[in-house]
Design a protein around this ligand. Structure first.
Ligand SMILES: Cc1cc2nc3c(=O)[nH]c(=O)nc-3n(C[C@H](O)[C@H](O)[C@H](O)COP(=O)(O)OP(=O)(O)OC[C@H]3O[C@@H](n4cnc5c(N)ncnc54)[C@H](O)[C@@H]3O)c2cc1C
Length: 427
């Protein structure tokens, strides 16, 4: 049988089985995860069914043998930032705490589809961070040197090398933003965001974790400085330990336990054009313009920019931010000029003051916090769940998240990457 015959056999089989399922009302499709009623008590309750909460539950069960776990999600799995981001995954950080943590996450990404037995479509297509002037190039060189010293992959591209890789950038003498060079991390890339949530949810469920959607946490039970359970829209649930992983809602949920966090919530938008034939096989980032552009597997041009610039819990943004992103995209890639913008959306971002996350114990015993992801939480998802599970299971941080403590803002040991030329905490 030739290759093409074999492919047709598979296609015919799939089409017929799909048609059969449709006629049967999809009755034969197994559910991806159960829809259990909440139990009265769990060993660990995780608040937030985004990528981080689900990954935490999965690694608690898989690596620490703790399976009496619930993930409580007030909406639906992946309805938050997990399903709203521009899916850039990279580990090209400068400071050691960030670099080793994100590199650990990237290594997990490289084996994630296999581990979860679910295709998260991780595509290592690189991540071309443009520099438009000499100063930017100096900053990029510094970062490149740091990457190499830390054993993380990276390459510096000259203007000509960038032209070969992304010929559609504006290289004309009148370019509004001339391309000076770029830094690339070849192992970085993009993934299918919803699949990450679904894959972790299914794999956690298979190990006994209860995933409870439409269940909002409205308060904590705390006795003698120790958390003993949560109050929810579906009743009280007792808990040995509680982990908060609610991203943009970190401030409001922590406030229910009496904690005031060094986190502000802001709004970030992203947008896609109508789909076109493949022309961009990498991610292009301009830190100077605060812009990131890639092409989805469907063919849409996916674009993102900077925060809208005001604090908000709303998931919709303003026109000026959209205009900024679109005009910068067209200036960099002039052939986008004729495309129609198809969809825009917003997410709520948990911004810390130094741009690094908090994965930490809190002053309340057995209450743990995972938040403050700023622009960069999607890439962290497996790594974040991995170290948060370890922190909860051992009641102590793992060496990879020791630096991401809550009290660093009090002690002044903050982790800001500013001043190295390419706005590292973005996207
Ligand atoms: C437009 C945009 C673009 C981005 N681009 C990138 C990128 O390219 N690369 C990157 O690495 N990161 C990016 N990010 C950031 C990334 O998406 C987030 O940092 C990350 O997804 C946050 O973690 P999470 O997935 O667990 O959050 P979420 O998916 O938001 O999960 C938190 C969950 O908590 C739930 N919740 C809140 N309050 C309660 C409550 N009281 N009770 C129960 N549940 C509650 C919410 O409903 C939500 O589902 C982007 C974000 C946005 C908005």
């Amino acid at each position: 049988m030739t290759g093409s015959n074999l492919d047709w056999t598979i296609v015919r089989y799939s089409v017929f089985s799909l048609a059969r399922q449709a006629l049967a009302g999809h009755a034969g499709w197994p559910e991806a995860w159960r829809k259990p009623e909440p139990k009265r008590r769990y060993d660990v309750v995780i608040i937030g069914g985004g990528g981080h909460g689900l990954a935490t539950a999965y690694y608690l069960a898989k690596l620490h043998g703790i399976t009496n776990v619930a993930v409580l999600e007030r909406g639906w799995i992946g309805g938050g930032n997990t399903g709203r981001n521009t899916t850039i995954v990279r580990s090209n950080y400068f400071l050691k705490d960030n670099a080793f943590f994100y590199e650990h996450a990237l290594k997990l990404w490289e084996g994630l589809s296999l581990d979860l037995n679910f295709n998260v479509m991780f595509s290592q297509r690189g991540n071309i961070i443009l520099t438009h002037d000499f100063g930017g190039a100096e900053g990029a060189t510094m970062r490149y040197n740091a990457l190499r010293l830390n054993g993380i992959d990276g390459e510096f591209l000259t203007r000509e090398e960038v032209r070969r890789r992304v010929p559609d950038l504006d290289f004309s003498p009148t370019a509004r933003f001339p391309v000076f060079g770029a830094m690339n991390q070849p192992r970085s890339g993009v993934a299918r965001h919803d699949a990450v949530a679904w894959g972790f949810a299914r794999a956690a469920d298979r190990r006994g974790v209860d995933i409870i959607e439409n269940c909002e946490v409205t308060g904590f039970d705390i006795a003698n400085g120790q958390v003993t359970g949560v109050r929810t829209s579906r009743g009280e649930i007792g808990a040995g330990k509680v982990g908060i992983a609610v991203a943009g809602h970190s401030g409001t949920v922590a406030a229910m336990a009496g904690l005031r966090l060094p986190i502000e919530t802001h709004l970030l938008q992203a947008m896609v054009s109508e789909p076109v034939k493949p022309f961009l096989d990498t991610v292009v980032i301009s830190p100077g313009l605060h812009l990131y552009v890639s092409q989805t597997d469907k063919g849409e041009v996916l674009m993102g920019g900077a925060l809208d610039g005001y604090n908000s819990y709303s998931q919709r943004g303003t026109w000026p931010a959209i205009e900024d992103v679109v005009s910068a995209s067209v200036a960099l890639l002039p052939r986008l000029r004729g495309l129609k913008l198809m969809r825009t959306w917003g997410g709520v971002m948990d911004m810390t003051m130094d741009g690094a996350p908090i994965i930490s114990k809190t002053p309340i015993q057995h209450l743990y916090l995972n938040g403050g992801w700023c622009y960069g939480g999607f890439k962290a998802t497996p790594g974040s769940g991995w170290v948060f599970a370890s922190t909860i299971a051992n009641d102590a941080p793992h060496p990879l998240n020791e630096g991401f403590s809550l009290d660093r803002f009090r002690s002044g040991r903050t982790l800001t990457e500013r001043g190295v030329g390419n706005l590292p905490h973005h996207h």
